[in-house]
Design a protein around this ligand. Sequence first.
Ligand SMILES: [Zn+2]
Length: 122
Amino acid sequence: MAKKYFLYLVRWQLSTPILSLVLWWLSGMNVLLATIIANLIGGLIFFWVDRYIFRTISDEPLWEIKEDAECVDCGHIGSGYRIVEWFSYNRKEDKNPQYRCEKCRIKKMVEVREKMTEKPQK
Ligand SMILES: [Zn+2]
């Protein structure tokens, strides 16, 4: 959490040069109007930057949950879970999604985490 907080503060500072540059450029203009324009420019840029940051630094995988799914590991029928996206692990376009029960999904999560920290995925 502390690392995320720090990154967030750094990210806020990134907008400083842009805002000051735009405000300097529009210095002859009404202060309110200049600030609105500066924030608009900042928003256009940082929408993409933030989207990238929050996707990249997320510690939690993105799960898909399906009811009445059969666990691919133990065959249990019930709520099935699968990791859709987690760092470089991406199964968004998976043609044969595999679901796992509450118990088996934890095992799979550890497995995926180990795989990702061992070597970068191709
Ligand atoms: Zn299972």
